[in-house]
Design a protein around this ligand. Structure first.
Ligand code: HEM
Length: 338
């Protein structure tokens, strides 16, 4: 019976994986003169900047490398910034807009970092090819480069996203914060075209990076003991966290064992009740996600390969590619004045 279940699970995983590969390969297929355009993401292409800004990927890569060399923690922050962009109104750089009431000013965006990196890349790109490259494309490629720099996989980024003109704080506050249940997470991802496998794989980004103690406060008991620690936390790990979380905005590593390595320890930690976020621990408990967690804990190659596939899917969410959609911002922080 157990054998039969494992077989069915592996089969499902293979089908989901092949489906993802087929989608990302489809993006690589050169466009023919076919008039049938099925979705905006089909208009993205690997050769989008070939004539208008051929060096753009090199510029982005050099800048990300220089920043991460100065401050290693920025790699994780750039990956998260990309997720928060794509999760609200699609990958349209709406997270970068900096005005009263924008996503960037939302409560949920308080701990986002890396804005300066994207700003500096944009300034350099504007010098070389003015008005050509969108902030949304820059952020997407920067997230890929940040992943590679910390030892994760490489994938080709298709380009051609335009920048959005709308950014609303209230919408940013709907991005999961770490206290949701698995059903909430599945629904949030599905509404953006991402499946359960994508959810578990992309949560694997928490193999690197940090969280403020504020995000896990509900898992630790408070000083006067009016609420108790989360029983799904390993007792020794709980002690360590309490020691580190004297202040709300102290940082703790999301991966308690190998925080600087892009590896599958994050998934192994879930089995040891050592997830930092309760949402991550939930993936181990829920029957819809736990078989995937268990498979990933022992198959690093599956994680790396599927991570690349799921990141391409993330970067394709609700992209603006139509002639009348969006714009190419001159400055990533503001919509164009005209
Ligand atoms: C599944 C739902 C998710 C939840 C509930 C969640 C929640 C969180 C929380 C609470 C933090 C710490 C925030 C703080 O500083 O207090 C965090 C950090 C982070 N998240 Fe997620 N996240 C999710 C999905 C994702 C996805 C899809 C990605 C990337 C594709 C991602 C990448 C990251 C990274 C890299 C960090 C560390 C950032 C840094 O060190 O600056 N997360 N996440």
């Amino acid at each position: 019976m157990r054998w039969c279940f494992s077989f069915i699970f592996v089969l499902v995983l293979v089908v989901l994986h092949l489906d993802g590969l087929a989608r990302s390969r489809a993006l690589a297929t050169p466009k023919t003169a076919s008039p049938k355009v099925s979705s905006p993401q089909d208009l993205l292409s690997f050769t989008h900047y070939l004539n208008t800004c051929p060096d753009v990927e090199g510029i982005i890569q050099n800048k990300v490398r220089a920043w991460v060399k100065k401050d290693y923690t920025l790699a994780a922050s750039i990956i998260r910034l990309h997720f928060h962009d794509c999760a609200v109104r699609g990958c349209d750089a709406s997270i970068l807009l900096n005005h009263a009431g924008s996503e960037r000013r939302a409560e949920a965006s308080k701990t986002l970092r890396g804005f300066q990196v994207i700003e500096e890349i944009k300034a350099e790109v504007e010098k070389r090819c003015p008005g050509r490259v969108s902030c949304a494309d820059i952020l997407t490629a920067a997230a890929r480069d940040a992943t590679v720099l910390i030892g994760g996989p490489f994938w080709e980024v298709p380009f051609g996203r335009k920048d959005g003109k709308v950014s609303i704080a209230r919408e940013a506050n709907r991005v999961p914060q770490g206290h949701e249940n698995v059903t909430d997470l599945i629904q949030f991802f599905q509404a953006r075209g991402l499946n359960i496998l994508d959810l578990v794989i992309l949560s694997g980004s928490h193999t690197i990076g940090r969280s403020t103690c504020h995000s896990i406060q509900h898992r630790l008991s408070n000083f006067n003991g009016t609420y108790k620690p989360d029983p799904s936390l390993n007792a020794t790990y709980l002690r360590v966290l309490k020691g580190k979380c004297g202040r709300r905005y102290n940082y703790v590593d999301l991966d308690g064992t190998t925080p600087r390595k892009f590896d599958t320890e994050y998934y192994k930690n879930l089995g040891k009740k050592m997830a930092l976020l309760s949402t991550d621990q939930g993936l181990y408990r829920d029957s819809r996600t736990s078989p995937i967690v268990e498979a990933l804990a022992t198959q690093p190659e599956l994680f790396t390969n599927q991570f690349a596939v799921s990141m391409v899917k993330l970067g394709n969410i609700q992209v603006l590619t139509g002639k009348k959609d969006g714009e190419i911002r001159g400055n990533c922080n503001f919509v164009n004045p005209y």
